[in-house]
Design a protein around this ligand. Sequence first.
Ligand code: CTP
Length: 131
Amino acid sequence: MSRTVITFGTFDVFHVGHLRVLERAAALGDRLVVGVSADALNERKKGRVPVFSERERLRIVAALRVVDEVFVEESLEAKRDYIVTQGADVLVMGDDWAGKFDEFADVCQVVYLPRTPAISTTAIIEHIADL
Ligand code: CTP
């Protein structure tokens, strides 16, 4: 039986840490679905408007070979709905979220993957701003 994996993120200023988490998520199943967070959600969550719009971020993530489907994540509260609607068997999150999504263990397997060290969108933006 086919196994669907779901993950969520902003994926702004796309970098190799993003690629690696998506590659490892894809390897856990047969179909990878990615919820890319809406611009408005980002502003609320990180207090920053993304460099690239949700339309652009969605297009970049959708173009990756390991990604089968993308959608805009409009609300953090809707996570359970997204998981169920997509028929996800596995929820993958970076370990910066370790333990935070255990409540969904009743509908899918919850896996936290180690973040790639020493890279983040925030660090890239700060690095460029300092040049
Ligand atoms: N991620 C990762 N390794 C990194 C950076 C991100 O595995 N070095 C993962 C996160 O754990 C998450 C996904 O990539 O599962 C999307 O993360 P996102 O928040 O969009 O990227 P960050 O680079 O962490 O962004 P920011 O600096 O704005 O928090």
